[in-house]
Design a binder for this molecule. Structure first.
Ligand SMILES: Cc1cc2nc3c(=O)[nH]c(=O)nc-3n(C[C@H](O)[C@H](O)[C@H](O)COP(=O)(O)OP(=O)(O)OC[C@H]3O[C@@H](n4cnc5c(N)ncnc54)[C@H](O)[C@@H]3O)c2cc1C
Length: 410
């Protein structure tokens, strides 16, 4: 299968009197705002994604399978715990975290999702809502990617309404908690080591978080969700908790209500904006190369005005998304990121992504629906980015409440 952007370039050279410009989806040179060390890491991640992931990912996507063969080389990047300080984590600014997520998604949004679930949602829950002892115990091994995590909030009957409607219950019996319920859509769950499970405490009706060890806790079972058409590389699971007993030591000690769950989601929603932007970049760069090489009417299609219009619109979407996220990263690093800031960026960037990938797919004509040309994968994956971690409508309701002062949540 043709996969890497460079593969297409090499295999379909067009005779040209002067070299054509190479695709560059950083039109406003935003990478120049990174310091030398951070830029070096982003380049290292790009090299890994282009050399190791791009050549094989379409096959895994078509097969609905996760590329476990990549994990040893991925560990060597040493980026576990990016954005988190201490506890063996890589650390770094939210801006660096964002750029890395964008690079991962530029080649494969599934791979960025796998890492985002582990690093942002699972490690982030322990980092923000765990006790000092819990952070010391779990984060170093997760930072080394020895233990991979997932985040179980959504349920079969409760998605957007999770804040007030979780049906999974937690009942305390001495030093043990008994969990009962179901979780749906949980990324990494079919194979990972730890699940952060959010459940309603029957005693005070508040949402609490629990670290469940997937492979050794009786009463915990998970089934892979089959027949997805987006993010097919990510393995999503439906978890069943049947009298699943976890020790009080595994209850996130600083997570005492849904407000504490929402703190984690604030960080990760903003990261979905970066991933969506990476998805746009990958689709655009593939489309631009194709437009320089594909000939119709005796000319490269990139020389046609209507094709250039599509490319300019894609680049405008990408650049607008990047500029928005860059400002937000600064706000986050200054401790000023609010729920409504994160929601606006998630809604805007994922909506622009749907437009960009559709234009990229259109530019490929028939080849745009074949996975081998990459854009079909970006096109399908954008649908999941648009809906997960809070749908477009939920994000806009968060923004709407903040700007009007009226809550329109039903
Ligand atoms: C690929 C993928 C990966 C995921 N990974 C995870 C994960 O790792 N962990 C996890 O916990 N969850 C995960 N999710 C779940 C995801 O967060 C939910 O799918 C999402 O929050 C929407 O919930 P829902 O699918 O139940 O849709 P619903 O809540 O049923 O919504 C259906 C539609 O109704 C709209 N809607 C609902 N309420 C309102 C309202 N009040 N006003 C206007 N419109 C409304 C929604 O916007 C949507 O368009 C994942 C989902 C996908 C698809």
């Amino acid at each position: 299968m043709a996969t890497a952007i460079s593969d297409i370039k090499q295999s379909k050279e067009v005779k040209q009197s002067k070299p054509l410009p190479a695709p560059n989806s950083d039109f406003y040179q935003l990478a120049e705002t990174l310091n030398t060390e951070d830029l070096a890491l982003v380049k290292q991640v790009r090299a890994f994604m282009e050399s190791k992931v791009a050549p094989i990912i379409n096959k895994y996507w078509a097969d609905d399978a996760f590329p476990f063969e990549l994990i040893p080389a991925f560990k060597e990047l040493n980026i576990g715990g990016l954005g988190l300080e201490g506890y063996g984590c890589r650390g770094g600014s939210q801006k660096l975290f964002g750029f890395v997520m964008m690079e991962l998604a530029r080649i494969d949004p599934s791979f960025s999702t796998f890492f985002g679930v582990h690093d942002g949602l699972a490690m982030g829950s322990i980092y923000l809502d765990g006790s000092e002892e819990q952070k010391q115990k779990w984060l170093p091994q997760m930072a080394r990617l020895e233990k991979i995590g997932c985040f179980g909030l959504t349920e079969p009957l409760v998605g957007s309404g999770a804040a007030g409607g979780l049906t999974t219950t937690a009942k305390r019996e001495g030093d043990t908690w008994v969990l009962n319920g179901e979780k749906r859509w949980i990324g990494n769950a079919p194979w990972c080591d730890l699940s952060i499970i959010w459940a309603r405490d029957l005693a005070d009706n508040q949402v609490k978080g629990f670290i469940v060890e997937n492979k050794t806790t009786p009463g915990f079972s998970v089934e892979k969700i089959e027949h997805k058409i987006a993010l097919k590389v990510v393995q999503n699971g439906q978890i069943t908790l049947k009298d699943c007993r976890v020790p009080e030591a595994n209850r996130l000690q600083a997570g005492n209500s849904f407000r504490d769950t929402a703190r984690v989601l604030r960080m990760t929603r903003f990261m979905v904006g970066w991933m969506a932007t990476g998805c746009q970049m990958g689709a655009y760069e593939n489309a631009l190369l194709y437009s320089q090489q594909r000939q119709q009417f005796g000319k490269p299609i990139g020389s046609f005005q209507l094709i250039q219009d599509l490319l300019a619109k894609m680049l405008a979407n990408i650049t607008a998304s990047q500029c928005m996220l860059l400002r937000l990263a600064d706000l986050d690093d200054e401790g000023k990121l609010t729920d409504q800031h994160a929601a606006l960026s998630k809604a805007f960037c994922t909506a622009r992504t749907r437009e960009t990938v559709a234009w990229a797919r259109e530019l490929f004509g028939g080849n745009g629906i074949v996975a081998d040309y990459n854009v079909a994968r970006f096109f399908a994956d954008s649908e999941a980015l648009y809906s997960y971690e809070g749908t477009y409508q939920m994000q806009n309701l968060i923004v709407g409440k903040a700007v009007t002062g009226f809550s329109a949540f039903v």
